[in-house]
Ligand binder design. Structure first.
Ligand SMILES: *Cc1c(COP(=O)(O)O)cnc(C)c1O
Length: 398
């Protein structure tokens, strides 16, 4: 049977792989040999699941959103990753990777962060496990995301502002990789999304797959059937979407719908819709769709949402899109803002701006829904961090 999971060489169709400098070869090989035996071991599973339950607060609820369902003419369930400790799905992955780092005898952690959500999740698990932690963050993002910088510092992490390039996520990621190259034997690089060289996309997808594992039994409990008609999620690098679809990826009864950041419009220069307008290239160790000039220089992305502001998309989703397995919809800033206010007023839930890109697909999809269709949409995070942006938009959308 055809599968959309990773193949034995680390590829998803023509995407993925491991394009790394020679100095990292042994380190990445070592991770490749060890991540599956570790994740599948009884010892890892016991510790990982205990922390997800007692520390993160899982399972996250699958909430039937009655008023939103009425509005969109379907049965809409929200997967509430916004209720996790630290406010988003990122902690599922950070906990898993730090346990893997410990099992592999690593003593130092580095990470990259854009909006600061992955940085906070990593600093949190480093405090928990008593590991030194350095977080690379673009100097511009350090200014824009003050509260998260302060949280990381309080948690004991060293936040390193990156002054190169555009001073945002892409530059922070490049700098984290440079650090890793200098300390390959003692340092573990905790990547925050389904990006980077193989085995990272597969490892991160597995660590986030707890989301779809729970959706299966929660749907069985609620509707007597363990699969939905539609799964919907936003995509930056792709980790919350990968977790949401993991156990359904090869189940063609389930339609997959992904929202990427259109910015001011995918046909403008101000966009981050890399699957819609990108071309194939290599970034941060992986062959993906990315926004680049004809000579392969990265075009700086733009989105109102810092968590979706990345010039590429991970290989899993590039392949699902190219194969026609997933529908990909670019969502513009104003649509995301409207969706955030709608969910807040109809259900009393303030979503993260990233998650609002998933919610904003509902009006686009409404004409395809029938009243019995079961739709599961992942709310990847909560909106506390975005209050300043929401208040600015209040006059127009509130
Ligand atoms: C980081 C982030 C995203 C985007 O990352 P993915 O890896 O695509 O999930 C989405 N939502 C929230 C709340 C985030 O913090």
């Amino acid at each position: 049977m055809k599968s959309y999971q990773v193949d034995e060489n680390g590829f998803y169709g023509r995407f993925g792989g491991s394009y790394i400098p020679e100095i990292l070869y042994k380190t990445v090989e070592n991770l490749k040999e060890n991540y599956l035996p570790i994740i599948e071991s009884e010892e890892f599973q016991a510790e990982y699941r205990q922390l997800l339950r007692d520390y993160v607060g899982r399972p996250s609820p699958l909430y039937y959103a009655k008023r939103m369902s009425e509005r969109y003419g379907c049965k809409l369930f929200l997967k509430r990753e916004d209720l996790n400790h630290t406010g988003a799905h990122k902690i599922n992955n950070a906990i898993g990777q730090i346990l893997i780092a410990k099992k592999m005898g690593k003593t130092r952690i580095v990470a990259e962060t854009g909006a600061g959500q992955h940085g906070v999740a990593t600093a949190t698990v480093c405090a928990l496990m008593d590991m030194p932690c350095r977080v690379y963050m673009g100097a511009l993002d350090v200014q824009r995301q003050r509260p998260n910088v302060e949280r990381m510092k309080m948690l004991g992490a060293e936040v390193f502002p990156v002054e190169s390039g555009n001073k945002t996520l892409k530059d922070a990621t490049s700098e984290a990789i440079r650090d890793w190259c200098c300390h390959p034997s003692d340092t573990f690089y905790i990547i925050g999304s389904t990006v980077g060289p193989h085995p990272y996309p597969d490892m991160v997808a597995r660590l986030q797959s707890i989301i779809s594992e729970e959706i299966k039994w929660q749907l069985q409990d609620k509707i007597g059937r363990d699969y939905p008609d539609y799964l919907m999620a936003c995509v930056g690098g792709g980790s919350n979407a990968a977790g949401t679809i993991y156990h359904y990826i090869d189940d063609e009864r389930v339609k997959l719908v992904l929202g990427e950041a259109g910015g001011l419009g995918y046909e403008t220069a101000k966009t981050a819709a890399s699957m819609t307008i990108g071309t194939v290239g290599i970034l941060h160790g992986s062959r993906i769709k990315l926004m680049q000039t004809e000579d392969g220089q990265i075009i700086e992305p733009y989105s109102i949402s810092a968590g979706l502001d990345y010039p590429g998309t991970g290989p899993i989703h590039c392949n699902l899109h190219e194969q026609g397995r997933a529908m990909v919809i670019p969502i513009n800033d104003d649509e995301a803002l409207r969706a955030a206010f709608e969910l807040t007023r109809l259900e009393g839930i303030i979503p993260a701006l990233e998650s609002s890109h998933a919610l904003a697909m509902l009006p686009r999809m409404k004409h395809l829904f029938s009243p019995d269709d079961v739709v599961v949409l992942t709310v990847s995070g909560r909106g506390d961090k975005d209050m300043e942006t929401y208040l600015k938009a209040f006059k127009q959308f509130g």
